[in-house]
Design a protein around this ligand. Structure first.
Ligand SMILES: Cc1cc2nc3c(=O)[nH]c(=O)nc-3n(C[C@H](O)[C@H](O)[C@H](O)COP(=O)(O)O)c2cc1C
Length: 177
């Protein structure tokens, strides 16, 4: 069975992006899901001086090993000031100095959601437009606007048009893994 690495790029214990990442992972059939908690990957703020002095943290190496052993990756981005959360960016920076290929050619389904009407579209656009240059294979992407209005913990995405668009992206990802 294929292995899917999934996580919300947030350390909030009530993360709406963790909920959306899990929801997306659950839509993929016949796969093992490894749902990560980003709190397990908290580490020193990246700096080249710290890298020279202490080397690369074990947590970043572990994250890298999970990327390598995955058949597909699902990330839902929390948007902080139109960008990645500091927690994700730090993990991303440490991981990026391990080897040139950051995402190891893995198929990716990238998402974002927020309480606002753009649903984290800005941070999602950043990831979608740049991960291809970092050896990521971005297959699908989806931003869910106004999370509290459009998502129910039991039913998932409640808006019919948004659900249709989401399902289309899920199908594309399912076929790519
Ligand atoms: C420091 C900070 C900056 C934020 N900036 C944005 C933003 O630029 N765009 C946006 O849609 N929401 C923004 N928000 C609101 C987040 O989308 C909201 O907190 C959301 O729940 C974060 O996702 P999470 O629950 O998965 O952590 C911001 C929140 C914080 C705390």
């Amino acid at each position: 069975m294929k292995n899917i690495l999934a996580f919300g790029a947030s350390t909030s214990t009530t993360s709406i992006n963790q909920q959306l990442a899990k929801y997306a992972a659950d839509c993929i059939k016949d796969v093992n899901i490894n749902l990560l908690d980003l709190n397990m990957y908290e580490m020193l703020m990246y700096s080249s001086d710290r890298q020279a002095a202490y080397g690369i943290p074990e947590a970043a190496k572990h994250f890298k090993s999970l990327i390598k052993s995955a058949d597909g990756i699902i990330i839902s981005f929390a948007e902080h000031n139109a960008s990645y959360t500091a927690a994700f960016k730090n993990l991303f920076d440490w991981t990026s100095v391990i080897e040139k290929s950051i995402w190891n050619g893995k198929p990716m389904f990238l998402l974002a959601t927020s309480p606002g009407g753009r649903g984290g579209q800005t941070v999602l656009d950043t990831a979608v437009s740049s991960f291809g240059f970092m050896d990521g294979k971005v297959i699908s992407n989806f931003a869910l606007p106004s999370f509290q209005k459009n998502f129910d913990t039991q039913k998932g995405i409640t808006d019919i048009e948004l659900k249709k668009a989401f399902d289309k992206e899920c199908d594309l990802f399912q076929k790519a893994i």
